[in-house]
Design a protein around this ligand. Structure first.
Ligand SMILES: Cc1ncc(COP(=O)(O)O)c(C=O)c1O
Length: 489
């Protein structure tokens, strides 16, 4: 290996150093594609794992990045990074851990394949014109009032509207017990901070929503994994976890779980509440997709069954309307409300009134219900297309059958790590979210999440056929993608 590093350096570091020099000197510039791991390994006469380690090191430094199925590229800001800035302030170790966590996520940008990985609702379904007219009307009617600071609780009209909407499920909620948030995401962080301090632990389902794991890292909270069994958290394990003094709360998605797509039955919800009451520990119920039921009978949310005041419920318009308004809500009971408002005030002084007011009017005028009726029909068609395609193309797999929401969980046989399958799937024409990203420790999973949010029925069918091809080829070759190569940076 021609390199200026001392020969005592491990081989992978010599390779990384050489590439770093190339980037610093401008011999490789932003957007340049690096050789595949296999090609560089054979050119240098080294093991593929050695090259994979070198790429992983450079990716950790932020110099290169990989995109599923497309390859590994020099990042555009890389030259400056490789040369090193004049001053280099220390980034807090917590943030570095968060960056490491984020880098372990697959990069999907620019890949031309069926988007069965994305939990972002299809923009072609957004009621843009109707919402634009509503936004114009509220600005015309309320003018500068909507362009002031709105206060930590948010627009009173939208709180009234949302309280009425949530009361339809049986929850005890009024405009006074709700605070509007920047999506459910802000609600998650507020709820975690309401009950837990850095160093404390939080019980989360496993698998769980990926971004919650990131939020736990950012808040220096420890996840305690509660395994999902038959689509519901294992209450025996949860009971033991909540008995631990350091475990301060349980974060759960009882309805249309992400990533599983499952909902828990009424009896399970009652038992969960009873055990939380015995432990005296709060439950954060993420009801982010509660309006997306397209089949089966609704089950009351935990907030509706709760008699103790231990449930804090999150709501969002992101999946049922569009995510860009960044409007969601958190509601709690008793003195928790004031505590939440203090936190919200300290965090951001409150959200954008104009969007909140427009959403209030949009709901009141029936626009939201009309949109939901259309959307549920579309989602039911897409879910059926997905279930049908799975039955035809992947009969050897097992999957969940959601009654609402966007996601379906597929378990592949044969102990495959679905992270390894992703590059082949991307080349075959489909993207998915590998199960490992929903594990607190990132360990391998033979499961994967498919989403019907962004793909139409034709694209879903093509995507599942491509997935089946990738599974066959993967099984036939018995190949494992080198870790850190084309998926993990
Ligand atoms: C379980 C869960 N909660 C919350 C969110 C975030 O939603 P919001 O856009 O409302 O912040 C998501 C988004 O994917 C999610 O899957």
């Amino acid at each position: 290996v021609a390199t200026s590093s001392p020969q005592s350096e491990p081989l992978y570091r010599q390779i990384a150093a050489r590439l770093r020099e190339d980037i610093a000197a401008g011999r490789r510039v932003g957007g340049d594609r690096l050789p595949t791991i296999r090609a560089l390994a054979s050119e240098l006469g080294v093991n593929r794992d050695t090259v994979a380690l070198a790429y992983e090191a450079l990716a950790t430094e932020g110099l290169i990045e990989s995109t599923v199925g497309r390859g590994t590229f020099v990042r555009s800001a890389a030259a400056a990074e490789a040369g090193g800035p004049a001053l280099d302030p220390t980034i807090a170790p917590t943030v570095q851990r968060l960056q490491d966590f984020e880098r372990a996520r697959p990069r999907y940008a620019g890949v031309d394949a069926a988007p069965l990985h994305a939990l972002v609702p299809d923009p072609s379904l957004y009621p843009v014109d109707e919402f634009r007219r509503t936004l114009n009307r509220v600005l015309a009617d309320e003018g500068a009032e909507l362009l002031r600071y709105g206060g930590p609780q948010g627009h009173a009209g939208l709180r009234e509207t949302l309280a009425a909407h949530l009361r339809e499920t049986g929850a005890q909620v009024t405009a006074d017990t709700i605070a509007l948030t920047q999506g459910a995401t802000e609600g998650i962080a507020l709820a975690l901070r309401l009950f837990a301090e850095p160093g404390d632990a939080v019980a989360v389902e496993e698998p769980t929503y990926h971004n919650v794991l990131g939020t736990l890292i950012a808040l220096r909270l420890q996840p305690v994994a509660i395994p999902m069994r038959d689509g519901a958290p294992d209450l025996g394990v949860l009971e033991r976890a909540l008995d631990r003094p350091d475990v301060k709360l349980f974060y759960t998605m009882p309805t249309f779980h992400n990533p599983l797509g499952t909902s828990t039955p009424l009896e399970h919800r009652r038992e969960l509440l009873a055990l939380a009451a015995r432990a005296g520990k709060p439950i954060v119920e993420d009801a982010y997709e509660m309006d997306l039921r397209y089949a089966g009978k609704p089950v009351p949310p935990l907030a509706a069954l709760d008699r103790t005041g231990l449930v804090v419920q999150l709501f969002s318009f992101s999946k049922s309307l569009f995510p860009g308004a960044r409007v969601g809500s958190i509601h709690a009971r008793g003195r928790l409300v004031d505590a939440l408002l203090a936190l919200k005030q300290a965090t951001d002084l409150g959200g954008a009134l104009a969007f909140q007011a427009a959403l209030a009017r949009f709901v009141a005028d029936g626009g939201y219900d009309r949109h939901l009726t259309r959307l549920r029909k579309v989602l039911l068609g897409r879910r059926d297309a997905l279930l049908d395609a799975l039955a035809r193309e992947l009969p050897q797999a097992r999957w969940t059958e959601p009654q609402g929401g966007h996601q379906i969980w597929v378990e592949l046989p044969g102990g495959v790590d679905t992270r390894d399958l992703l590059p082949e799937a991307a080349r075959a024409g489909v993207l998915f979210a590998p199960g490992s990203q929903f594990h607190h420790d990132g360990r391998p999973s033979s499961g994967l999440r498919l989403s019907i949010a962004a793909a139409d029925e034709a694209s879903i069918r093509r995507g599942v056929a491509a997935l089946a091809r990738a599974v066959r080829e993967h099984g036939a070759s018995g190949r494992r993608a080198p870790r850190g190569a084309s998926v993990h940076v």
